[in-house]
Design a protein around this ligand. Structure first.
Ligand code: FAD
Length: 404
């Protein structure tokens, strides 16, 4: 007889790996995590993850309810996860938000920034203050900046290394990691049966589905539930290569978000060494011209790479922000974020008895992934909502359901 796991987590990305780590910390629990590793060749791949990169920014801005809650809880555990795994994945380099009057949310941005300055000691900076802290940087004369320095819960993390760290601890705690895709889910009399792409089966009392973007595309519970109300956004990034001398000149650079246009914003990562030994700054933005609703469109976005015009525009932004930036080369990359209605919170809930779903990171899921995964683990194993936010906020919503 095949073993029946207490919990099987499907999806070995940031949330699923965190869920597996927390679940496998429970005494005597048999836990398995099903999820493929990072694809070596995108041309042969159908399912991608948001963690195939080296830089995700994090900040725990305390007046931004849902996502800051998840980020605060997660960031507070970075050190513990790094120590337990021996894998360093975070850099506490601070965060700088920049906004200008053309940005449609500028008034709200100014209001919340003032509250943060008053309540949490963030610094409001005028363009002329900036060179004191960052002599290499220049922002438009009408804009404002809000700075959270190192030590205030802001910086960047490597999603690849964070997944590695979470899975290393999970494995040390006895979690079985199955590097495969799950292709089908069947409710048996006393347990769930998961089919793998190899044709093998795995049995579980409880399931946590953490499929990231694919929760909305190849949802494993598609025969049991209507589709979840997720939408997708194409993301374009420009990886801007600099040499070690230039990286050294920029060494105090924080992670950043600039909001200078009406609806678009740019997120910016300071110089980071990638596995190919090159050092890149990363500038990223939504590509609102590319519609993604089907699996094929998402696959094509990953496979084709981004629109070169968007990549060039991001590289120009880099040169405006850092005058004289010594660029060695620029490469584009593409990724997809999945959004819940209004991007207010992730979906995190029990879809059917013994079946929990965690999805919809809305572009903020990396920084909150450990807490989202922990809440999913407790909900799946104990059936209990163990979270500082109201459960209603994260309720699962399905497509074509009347909004009550
Ligand atoms: C370009 C870009 C920039 C971003 N920047 C930030 C940022 O700066 N800060 C931030 O906090 N967040 C950021 N995000 C969002 C963040 O990366 C995601 O919210 C987070 O990775 C979501 O975690 P997840 O585990 O839900 O999904 P993922 O990390 O995508 O993992 C899902 C996993 O499920 C697996 N899977 C899917 N289907 C199956 C199946 N049938 N069987 C087995 N496995 C399956 C996939 O292979 C994948 O590994 C960014 C995202 C992108 C794309």
């Amino acid at each position: 007889m095949e073993p029946v796991y207490d919990l099987v987590v499907v999806g070995g990305g940031l949330v699923g790996s965190a869920c597996a780590r927390h679940a496998s910390a429970g005494e005597g629990l048999k836990v398995a995590l099903i999820g493929p590793g990072e694809p070596l060749d995108r041309a042969d791949t159908e399912i991608f993850g948001c963690w195939h990169d080296e830089g995700r920014l994090y900040y725990s801005r305390k007046n931004w309810a849902t996502w800051s809650y998840f980020a605060r809880e997660t960031v507070a555990r970075f050190k513990e996860i790094e120590e337990l795994s021996g894998v360093k994945f975070s850099e506490d380099c601070g965060y700088l938000g920049v906004a200008g009057p053309k940005f449609h949310g500028y008034n709200d941005w100014c209001k919340s920034t003032k509250e943060m300055v008053k309540g949490f000691g963030s610094k409001m900076l005028q363009p002329e203050d900036l060179p004191v802290l960052f002599p290499f940087m220049q922002i438009p004369s009408a804009s404002l900046a809000c700075y959270e320095g190192p030590g205030q819960g802001a910086g960047y993390l490597s999603p690849r290394k964070m997944v590695q760290a979470q899975q290393k601890i999970a494995q040390d705690q006895g979690c079985v990691i199955v590097a495969s895709l799950a292709t089908d889910l069947v409710r048996m009399e006393n347990c769930w049966r998961i089919q793998l792409e190899t044709g093998d089966h795995i049995y579980a009392e409880k399931i946590a589905l953490c499929q990231g973007t694919y929760t909305g595309l190849t949802f494993l519970a598609r025969d049991l539930l209507p589709p979840l109300d997720l939408t997708f956004t194409a993301q374009t990034t420009a990886l801007i290569e600099v040499d070690t001398e230039e990286a050294d000149r920029l060494k105090t650079m924080p992670t950043m978000v600039t909001q200078l246009e009406p609806v678009k914003y740019t997120y910016i990562l300071p110089p980071i060494k990638y596995p190919n030994s090159k050092i890149y700054l990363k500038f990223g933005a939504h590509d609102l011209d590319r519609t993604l609703t089907t699996h094929d469109q998402v696959t094509n976005h990953y496979r084709m790479g981004p629109d070169q015009a968007h990549v060039n525009k991001l590289a120009q932004e880099a040169s405006r922000l850092i005058p004289g930036l010594a660029i060695k080369s620029v490469v584009g990359d593409s990724c997809v974020t999945s959004n819940t209605p209004g991007k207010v919170a992730p979906f995190l809930g029990t879809a059917l008895p013994g079946l929990v779903v965690a999805a919809g990171g809305c572009g903020h899921g990396a920084m909150g992934s450990d807490e989202i995964g922990r809440v999913a683990a407790v909900l799946a194993i104990e059936g209990r909502w163990d979270c500082g936010l109201p459960q209603e906020l994260c309720r699962l919503q399905y497509k074509n359901m009347a909004r009550l």
